[in-house]
Design a protein around this ligand. Structure first.
Ligand code: UTP
Length: 474
């Protein structure tokens, strides 16, 4: 750029920023080379400053959530395996199996988070979690999808959502691993958008002298990103009618479980959510509620303690249903929602965000200094026709890896133990003797659920020998 062009660009940017009190993002303009100036300018033009101002002004609406919680009940839940109602379970399983056989099911895995609590410097999907194999979260999910496709002799396409910080490395990793043996044509990696954060005065933060801080726009960013990336078109082209959704940090997800798919399809549900019975009123899971027949979720951080602790006459928790971020969507529902611009609201999250101060020095805050804005995918629930919820025993389907030690919950050690406990139980249920204290792991390609393991043992009785030492079955 010539110097006139540079100064013209600067004044255009100034005119854009000033009405919103954001001119400070240009304070290091003269120190930037022209490439960096153009990059910053592009970022500023992309920012919806009007929207950001409105989001900042919206005060925390505790009363809104309290009003909802006051009127809330929990929608009736269907219970999965290990629960009663075996007859309806078998019929549901059969319906789900037919959908899988006909190739009408796809899988979305959200893997755009930055895993900051885990302190892992790569995409979370690359974290080794197999208790013996040390296989990564990505491998577990890929193997589970392949196992389901093999079980029904069909294909199950996978759509992986990344974010700008995780995109390139995820693709490099998956390619280097040859998609763990999955047909590359059945894998689509798509990138979600970002959203700037503001400080407590509503000012944009700089992550570098020439860069506005922005972070992934929440798992709800999937809706727009699916549409923009062509993933929704791909689903339609393939005849995928139902999409199973799971988050990369929960390796216990019962990927494309036929029974869950069957209940969803039989109920003509546009969105089905799996829930667990909360073990602690303040458990950090979204609270699934129903108000006037509309199913929705109040995030744990939005539910005040009084309502979270409320009990029924029998002493049990009133709002007992915790969302584990496992859903099934109808593809048509995604399409309809992606055409409605405001279908997902932004939520505010108070976070620590390192930034560049007025002197150009990098500051690492020791307290929350920023408000991030994120969309949540579960906010689609109130718009879904015939939404249903299904309860699962957490031991069967939920143990997410969130924290590094010395945290006492949701650490890699907990998750490895949960995998071993589950696989040990599958062996015991199949009548196999397992010595106490043994660590077991089953490759999903051998068996991705208890039913598959029973079938494998029937076909190969050597698998049913008593187990007395730590073993990885593959
Ligand atoms: P979390 O916010 O719980 O995990 O997201 P995280 O972002 O990986 O880790 P922290 O919060 O920085 O410690 C739950 C799931 O949603 C996905 C994550 O990849 C994870 O599977 N996610 C979250 C996205 O895909 N995009 C986002 O913008 C946020």
């Amino acid at each position: 750029m010539t110097s006139e062009q540079t100064s013209q660009l600067r004044s255009d940017l100034e005119a854009r920023l000033a009405p919103y009190g954001q001119s400070h993002v240009l304070q290091f303009w003269d120190e930037l080379n022209s490439e960096a100036q153009e990059k910053l300018a592009a970022q500023i033009f992309e920012c919806d400053l009007e929207q950001l101002g409105q989001l900042f002004e919206q005060k925390e609406t505790a009363s809104h959530w309290d009003e909802l919680a006051k009127k809330a009940s929990v929608p009736p839940a269907i219970t999965l395996a290990n629960f009663a109602n075996a007859e309806s379970y078998d019929a549901a399983w059969q319906t789900g199996a037919e959908l899988l056989e006909q190739g009408k099911v796809g899988m979305i895995i959200t893997a755009g988070g930055q895993g900051s609590r885990l302190g892992f410097d790569h995409p979370k999907g690359m974290f080794p979690i197999g208790p013996i194999s040390e296989m990564t979260l990505f491998q577990i999910f890929f193997e589970k999808v392949m196992a389901r496709a093999n079980q029904f002799g069909s294909r199950v396409p996978v759509y992986i959502m990344t974010s700008p910080p995780t995109h390139e490395e995820t693709i490099e990793f998956l390619e280097a691993q040859n998609f763990f043996g999955m047909n590359a044509q059945d894998v689509k990696v798509f990138c979600q958008g970002t959203m700037p954060a503001v400080d407590h005065e509503g000012k944009l933060l700089l992550s570098d002298v020439g860069e506005i801080f922005a972070s992934p726009d929440g798992h709800g960013g999937a809706l727009l990103a699916l549409e923009k990336s062509g993933a929704l078109d791909d689903m339609q082209r393939r005849g995928v009618e139902h999409v199973f959704y799971g988050q990369i940090d929960n390796p216990l997800v019962q990927v494309c479980d036929p029974a869950l798919l069957g209940y969803h399809a039989k109920s003509k549900s546009e969105m089905t959510s799996q829930v667990v019975r909360k073990t602690d009123p303040l458990q950090k899971v979204g609270n699934v509620i129903s108000v006037g027949g509309v199913v929705q979720i109040i995030e744990y951080s939005d539910l005040s303690e009084t309502f979270a602790r409320e009990t029924r006459a029998d002493g049990k928790l009133k709002l007992w249903a915790g969302s584990i971020a496992v859903h099934i969507f109808k593809t048509d529902f995604f399409l309809r929602m992606s055409e409605t611009t405001d279908s997902l609201p932004f939520h505010r999250a108070h976070k620590k965000v390192p930034y560049i101060d007025a002197e150009g020095k990098r500051v690492i805050p020791d307290a929350n200094n920023a408000i991030k804005f994120e969309k949540f995918i579960f906010d689609l629930l109130p718009s879904a026709k015939n939404a249903i919820i299904c309860e699962v025993d957490p031991a069967d389907g939920f143990c997410a890896v969130k924290n590094a030690p010395p945290a006492t919950a949701e650490t890699p050690a907990h998750v490895k133990q949960a995998i071993s406990d589950l696989h040990t139980r599958w062996f015991k249920e199949a009548g196999v003797e397992v010595a106490d204290g043994v660590t077991l792991e089953i490759s999903p390609l051998l068996a991705a659920d208890a039913k598959m393991l029973k079938e494998k043992i029937a076909a190969d009785p050597s698998l049913g020998e008593p187990i007395s030492e730590n073993t990885y079955f593959q």
